[in-house]
Design a protein around this ligand. Structure first.
Ligand SMILES: NC(=O)C1=CN([C@@H]2O[C@H](COP(=O)(O)OP(=O)(O)OC[C@H]3O[C@@H](n4cnc5c(N)ncnc54)[C@H](OP(=O)(O)O)[C@@H]3O)[C@@H](O)[C@H]2O)C=CC1
Ligand SMILES: O=C(O)[C@@H]1CCC=N1
Length: 252
């Protein structure tokens, strides 16, 4: 996406990719980006390094690149891995920023936050914000919020995809063709999100505006309440937050 938007040129990027990961290899190569099978050349040749391996793999990757990390900016997207863990695993001269992006960045509708590490400069924060704002929104937060952010906006697209699938399943059950059901369900979620973001109105007030007395929406909402919909969704955010905290504790 950064290439498409002209924020970087292919010959300024380099990625470490496992040879077995044919899909990633092909997509980088089709963009003209050099790929290597080791992490060291990526760090050696870069000013800004994205750390985007699974949290459980982060400690071994950081210890591998530690000797090469002085003077570089590291942007870690790994859930649950704290700034203090990352900073203490790299050179004291490494600069670190934690980022929590989300999947819709691939269609320029992402939602990211970032937290500056102790050595990160204003220029580092600017470049992080510029990169992430090119693919959606990006705002600074306190690190104490990052696990909940991960649970809300990091994982959130998955909950919404399930919601869209369930909406469409309901409509198909009632006789609607599936392709029409997905079009209507996805546009409904987009439109509702747009209204909450831009109207300044409380979501409950917007919900009331859709709900005619003795109408179909009231019947549907009653079913959602009986099924524990609110508790299920807010419980999902709670469980995801707890999982981040668990990972965070294990990798300190
Ligand atoms: N998916 C999402 O929507 C989001 C993910 N994140 C974070 O992004 C990170 C990656 O997540 P995700 O992309 O879903 O996970 P994936 O497992 O899909 O990607 C991780 C990649 O790292 C590779 N890898 C494994 N070990 C090493 C190593 N030692 N050196 C270099 N590369 C290695 C893996 O290769 P192989 O498969 O061959 O092992 C794989 O290609 C996680 O930390 C996650 O918390 C953050 C926000 C959103
Ligand atoms: O599931 C995960 O661990 C990552 C973190 C945010 C989205 N996906």
């Amino acid at each position: 996406m950064f290439l498409k938007l002209g924020l970087a040129k292919p010959n300024t990027l380099i990625a470490s990719v496992h040879p077995a990961d044919k899909l990633s290899l092909q997509s980088f190569q089709s963009l003209g980006v050099e790929t290597v099978i080791k992490n060291a050349p990526v760090v050696q040749q870069s000013d800004v390094v994205f750390v985007s391996v699974k949290p459980q793999v982060v400690p071994s990757v950081l210890s591998e690149i530690q000797p090469l990390s002085s003077g570089k900016l590291f942007l870690s997207v790994a859930m649950g891995i704290t700034l203090s863990t990352i900073e203490s695993s790299l050179s004291p001269q490494a600069r670190v920023i934690r980022v929590m992006p989300n999947l819709p960045a691939v269609v320029c509708s992402g939602c990211s936050v970032f937290v500056r590490g102790s050595k990160a400069t204003d220029a580092d924060a600017d470049i992080t914000q510029k990169l992430l704002q090119s693919v959606g929104t990006c705002e600074p937060v306190d690190e104490s919020q990052l696990d909940v952010v991960t649970a809300l906006s990091g994982s959130g697209p998955a909950y919404v995809f399930v919601m869209i699938e369930a909406l469409a399943d309901g409509a198909v059950h009632m006789g609607m063709p599936r392709d029409l059901a997905y079009r209507l369900a996805s546009q409904t979620v987009l439109g509702a999100g747009h209204m909450v973001r831009d109207s300044g109105m409380h979501p409950g007030q917007l919900k009331d505006g859709v709900t005619s007395p003795a109408g179909s929406t009231a019947a549907a909402l009653r079913q959602l309440e009986l099924s524990g919909f609110r508790a299920a969704v807010s419980g999902a955010v709670e469980q995801a937050t707890l999982r981040c905290r668990q990972i965070s504790g294990k990798t300190k």
